[in-house]
Design a protein around this ligand. Structure first.
Ligand code: FES
Length: 127
């Protein structure tokens, strides 16, 4: 059996939603100290909906595929749904990751949660 699923390879080779959102209202950055990989998520939220999401990932293929899939899973969804995104859901949507690569999907979950925290903080500051 191939180490990586076709979906992982597809999202690694053709990552969706790569880039920066200049007027993002939620930004999250996380890193993994062990492997040194870094992931940054940009959210544009309007009326409680994730209107746009982009990412920059300096990391392994699984981290790039996980970021790409995670953005696809939350794009156009309500904030409440994005809050519930788990790394298991990201890995499942990729048709699985090897056990020792599951931490790459954790990075995607954490980056999105950080970006949502940042969004909520900005909302509070405006009140
Ligand atoms: Fe660290 Fe993939 S090896 S995120």
């Amino acid at each position: 059996m191939a180490l990586y699923s076709e979906k992982v390879m597809d999202h690694f080779r053709n990552p969706r939603n790569v880039g920066v959102i200049e007027d993002a209202n939620g930004i999250g950055e996380v890193g993994n100290a062990k492997c040194g990989d870094i992931m940054k998520m940009y959210l544009k939220i309007e009326d409680d909906i994730i209107k746009d999401v982009k990412f920059e990932t300096f990391g392994c293929g699984s981290a790039i595929a996980s970021s790409s899939m995670a953005t696809e899973l939350i794009k156009g969804k309500p904030v409440a749904d994005a809050m519930k995104l788990t790394n298991e859901a990201v890995a499942e949507a990729l048709d699985g990751l090897p056990d020792y690569k599951m931490h790459c999907s954790v990075l995607a979950e954490e980056a999105i949660k950080n970006a949502l925290d940042d969004y909520h903080k900005r909302c509070e500051e405006q009140q």
